[in-house]
Ligand binder design. Structure first.
Ligand SMILES: Cc1ncc(COP(=O)(O)O)c(C=O)c1O
Length: 397
């Protein structure tokens, strides 16, 4: 879509709908459920390949292209690639850009399976790896080596919402001649646009807020630089980590309502975080909107306001399994589901799910205890949601 005068909430309804080479204009973007597109003679084959037209599904598909255009619009990037999962996007990008002998630095506050992928896959490629606390910028600066090739972080960490100062970290990466890759899954491009803060690559697990309906597994990476895009695209073809058309179609449909859903989810999270903090039985609440959060000033610098930060929070209860079970059984709305970003509020226990494989000592450093519960807020009425948590927490009294 060309007009820059409309709001993001308006434009996301139109982005991607008019693809090059698509002569028809159906109101709902159709599913191109085909493994290939037919071609005429060899001249036509040559022409299709040289124009990067639609050939084989693993290479290109209109549903992925439409979704990629919409994500590039939201992330203020020039190119996006759509993957079979968020992990597919993360690992394929590592394989595309890192070589033996390179040095890679990852924030020590990180999603458990990203931590596992780095330890089990990146190290195997003879890449030197360091996990560094990115809240300490001096420490990060001192960790840079002549062979540092990439810095990697989430905007706010899974599950404790520790914020990374993307703008400052991007300056460090730039001085080192390294790429900064940022995971925007928890925050989404509605809250923050890492490419505009200096990041080179942004990854989103589309399985979460951007699809929002808990019915598709997909991921994306977005860049500003065509060379980066084509390097990653080439490896995606070889790893076979492209999303299949139905998934891309599903996520594209979910994305149309992203403003209605995610703004409400972020508001709900801020309200629930405030209510939980006021509860005498809750030991600690992690959400950047809280004035008591040691990074609240940084949060104000990065985000528009308290109600537009992230739809995910976590909080600590006493490490008492029996009481935690009673609390979970008393909740009438929020329910356990090892995912996030859906329209219904869900809980997840990091020790059992997202950080299950992370050694206990590392988990402790990330601020995760047995009593830590992650909450992904849905679009319920905030008053219903908070009242339900408050009545369930009575079990600790
Ligand atoms: C912050 C973050 N990044 C990446 C991923 C991986 O996404 P996916 O499950 O789509 O592979 C997750 C999954 O929970 C996540 O929480």
């Amino acid at each position: 879509m060309s007009s820059g005068s409309f709001s993001e909430a308006t434009r996301i309804l139109y982005e991607g709908h008019k693809l090059k080479g698509l002569a028809m204009t159906p109101e709902a973007f159709p599913l191109f459920n085909t493994t290939a597109f037919t071609m005429g003679d060899l001249d036509d084959v040559d022409k299709t390949y040289s124009e990067k037209g639609y050939t084989y599904v693993r290479t290109r598909n209109p549903n992925r292209t439409a979704l990629a255009e919409a994500i590039s619009f939201l992330e203020l990037g020039s190119h996006s690639l759509i993957f079979s999962s968020g992990m597919g996007g993360i690992t394929t990008t590592y394989f595309s850009l890192l070589n033996p002998g390179d040095h890679f630095i990852c924030n020590s506050y990180i999603y458990g399976e990203t931590f596992d992928a780095i330890n089990q896959l990146v190290r195997k490629c003879s890449v030197e790896v360091d996990f560094v606390d990115f809240t300490d910028l001096e420490l990060l600066r001192s960790a840079i080596k002549p062979n540092t090739k990439m810095l990697y972080t989430e905007v706010v960490s899974n599950p404790t919402d520790v914020i990374a100062d993307i703008e400052e970290i991007a300056k460090i990466a730039c001085l080192a001649g390294a790429w900064l890759m940022v995971d925007n899954t928890f925050t989404t491009p509605l809250a923050v646009k890492p490419l505009s803060l200096g990041a080179d690559i942004v990854i989103n697990s589309l399985t979460k807020f951007l699809n929002g309906h808990s019915d598709a597994l997909a991921g994306s990476i977005t860049v500003k630089d065509y060379n980066l895009f084509s390097r990653i695209q080439e490896i995606r073809m070889l790893t076979g980590t492209s999303a299949e058309p139905y998934t891309a179609w599903t996520v594209f449909k979910g994305l149309q309502t992203v403003h209605l859903r995610v703004n409400k989810q972020m508001e709900n999270a801020a309200k629930l975080a405030g209510a939980l903090e006021a509860s005498p039985v809750v030991l600690k609440v992690n959400h950047p909107s809280l004035k008591s959060n040691p990074q609240h000033e940084l949060a104000k610098k990065i985000f528009k306001d308290d109600n537009h930060m992230t739809g995910v929070l976590s909080f600590d209860m006493p490490d008492d399994k029996e009481k935690i079970n009673q609390f979970m059984n008393r909740l009438r709305l929020a329910h356990y589901a090892p995912t996030l970003g859906g329209i219904r509020t869900s809980l997840s226990h990091p020790v059992h799910s997202s950080h299950h494989h992370v050694p206990e000592a590392e988990r402790k450093k990330m601020g995760i205890s047995y009593g830590t519960m992650r909450v992904s807020c849905g679009i319920e009425d905030a008053e219903d949601l908070t009242a339900d948590f408050m009545q369930a927490l009575e079990v600790f009294k």
